[in-house]
Design a protein around this ligand. Structure first.
Ligand code: GLN
Length: 547
């Protein structure tokens, strides 16, 4: 029998439910259990693919091409759970299925209602990933208890729990225990209210994870346990983390959350917790030996979650080099207004991430020119590759009007354009080249050196492609095509031969990075930034000695 853990949140949003769920996943995996993870998002969009990163942060892309919530990124970074389109459902997607069934006459003349039809569809989505090869399914409900739009999901997990029985499911509720400075104490009332609300809809939580700024004293713990009707040992403190979110599993383990889950769900097959390598990694994070500053130049730099996986991948690359990576988030318009010289002064590497639409393109191109001319390590991702190609065409090949047809349909030099097959696509949602595709590297290239293999699979999410008509001109002037699709037809990687580390890729390698297994290109980019910084220092001290 597959066991189920449901994670809900209360009091306020942004408590880190995704990271907490991912940490629970990690602990269970580190007890030798086979897990799957799933997130329900109560909004009505069918998937987050069409939403601006300003809404819910980045859109996270899976191997199968699904466009999902960024919490699935946390699941992948913390665990090895297999993720696919069954692992992220929105209200819109559930309703779409029900409405399509209704149109096909599958409800045989019945009135179609939230209960039971919508809730049945939600329960089916939970059951779908509870396959016999799995020990525990962790399902996270987005939003906060009490939200109108979350109601059907809460009702569905209540029914699901009732059907499989107490011994097979566990409800974990994440709440906030705020510290009131004026009173000088931690306040448990919001937690009591939030649990009260859960109980009103028929869910008695088994575990309360309390986000706090301060230590949760035994007294407060007991008070929460008593008022909320849970065991005192099931009131778990999750203190704010200053250095990194990867410490959350250690806190939960210190509070013996894994023991509690294993005991309550009678997971007799569980092994002792194995976290040594993770602890060692945390030690490396706490005590870096070097530092570098990387500029991330993007249109959404102001939103701290818009390039979440890019920032995380840089962080992971830093761990591999025992280096603290300072990220300078730069709005593209800033480069346009103040000039690359000013906003990029002192950085050791420049990264241009993915994006859409022509706003901010000029700033990205300027930042790339700066990196190319000053020989600062550069890493371009997706739109970053496209901008690097446009910059090269304009400033090196002398094609002043070079552009992408995404930004100028009638450009005389469409360096980036649509493939014939894509010309007639008009729908906005779900119409791009998405998901994992293999790519082949040129032997001896920086990409090959990073991957240490010639064929790799990376995730994609884009519509436009490098125009093959310009390949030769690029190669002749030193911009090498060092990665292509296996049939050679699509350009995947470009590198500047005359530059210490200038690599741009059409894929999104940031979706393949874990703290204990950095993505190779990110790792080498940060390595190049580190060498650049060292050389800068040496040449500065050489100048000082001469004087
Ligand atoms: N807008 C570009 C395209 O559609 C790049 C997309 C991206 O960076 N994800 O091809």
């Amino acid at each position: 029998m597959v066991k189920h853990v449901f994670v809900t949140g209360g009091v306020v949003s942004s408590l880190g439910k995704g990271i907490t769920s991912a940490s629970i996943g990690l602990l269970l995996e580190r007890r030798g259990l086979r897990i799957r993870m799933q997130k329900f998002d109560p909004y009505i969009n069918v998937d987050p693919g069409t939403m601006s990163p300003y809404q819910h942060g980045e859109v996270y892309v899976l191997d199968d091409g699904s466009e999902t919530d960024l919490d699935l990124g946390h699941y992948e970074r913390f665990t090895n759970a297999q993720l696919d389109s069954d692992c992220n459902y929105t209200t819109g997607r559930i309703y779409k299925t029900v409405i399509e069934k209704e149109r096909r006459g599958e409800y045989k003349g019945k009135t179609v209602q939230v209960i039971p039809h919508i809730t049945n569809e939600i329960k089916a989505a939970i059951a779908r990933i509870a396959t016999p090869d799995i020990d525990v399914v962790i399902t996270e409900i987005g939003g906060t208890v009490g939200d109108i739009e979350g109601m059907p999901f809460f009702e569905a997990i209540r029914q699901f729990g009732l059907e499989i029985g107490k011994a097979n499911c566990l409800y974990i509720h994440l709440t906030l225990v705020p510290y009131l400075k004026a009173a000088g104490e931690l306040k448990t009332k919001p937690t009591q209210h939030s649990v009260g609300m859960l109980r009103q809809i028929g869910i008695q939580p088994d575990v309360l994870i309390c986000r706090t700024e301060r230590e949760l004293p035994a007294e407060e713990r007991e008070k929460i346990a008593l008022f909320c009707n849970v065991e005192p040992r099931a009131v778990i403190e999750e203190r704010d983390k200053e250095i990194s979110v990867y410490e959350v599993p250690l806190s939960l383990a210190a509070n013996k959350l894994d023991d509690f889950i294993v005991e309550k769900l009678n997971l007799t097959q569980a092994k002792p917790l194995e976290l040594d390598d993770w602890r060692e990694m945390i030690e490396h994070i706490r005590r870096p030996e070097h530092e570098v500053t990387i500029a991330v130049v993007g249109k959404y730099a102001r939103h701290h979650d818009a390039y979440k996986s890019v920032y995380e991948a840089l962080f992971h690359a830093g761990i591999a080099h025992r280096t603290k990576v300072h990220i300078r988030k730069i709005q593209t318009e800033q480069v346009e207004k103040e000039g690359a010289d000013r906003v990029l002064a002192g950085v050791d590497g420049i990264l241009v991430p993915g994006g859409y639409d022509k706003r901010g393109i000029a700033g990205k191109i300027e930042a790339i020119r700066y990196a190319r001319e000053r020989e600062i390590p550069f890493f371009g991702i997706c739109l970053g590759l496209q901008c690097a190609a446009i910059e090269f065409a304009r400033n090196v090949l002398g094609l002043a009007d070079a552009n992408s047809t995404e930004f100028q349909t009638d450009t005389p030099h469409p360096i980036i354009c649509l493939l014939d097959a894509q010309r007639n696509v008009t729908a906005v949602g779900g119409t791009q080249r998405r998901g994992a595709y293999e790519q082949q590297m040129v032997p001896g290239s920086l990409a090959h050196r990073a991957y240490e293999t010639l064929v790799v699979s990376e995730r994609h999410r884009h519509r436009y492609e490098f125009n093959n008509a310009y390949r030769l001109a690029f190669e002749e002037r030193g911009m090498r095509i060092t990665g292509t699709s296996p049939d050679g037809g699509l350009v995947e990687v470009i590198e500047l031969a005359t530059h210490p580390w200038f690599v741009a890729v059409q894929c999104h390698p940031e979706f393949n990075s874990k703290p204990n297994r950095p993505q190779p290109l990110f790792r080498d980019f940060v390595g190049a930034a580190l060498s650049y910084r060292r050389e800068k220092k040496t040449s500065r001290s050489a100048v000082a000695t001469v004087h």
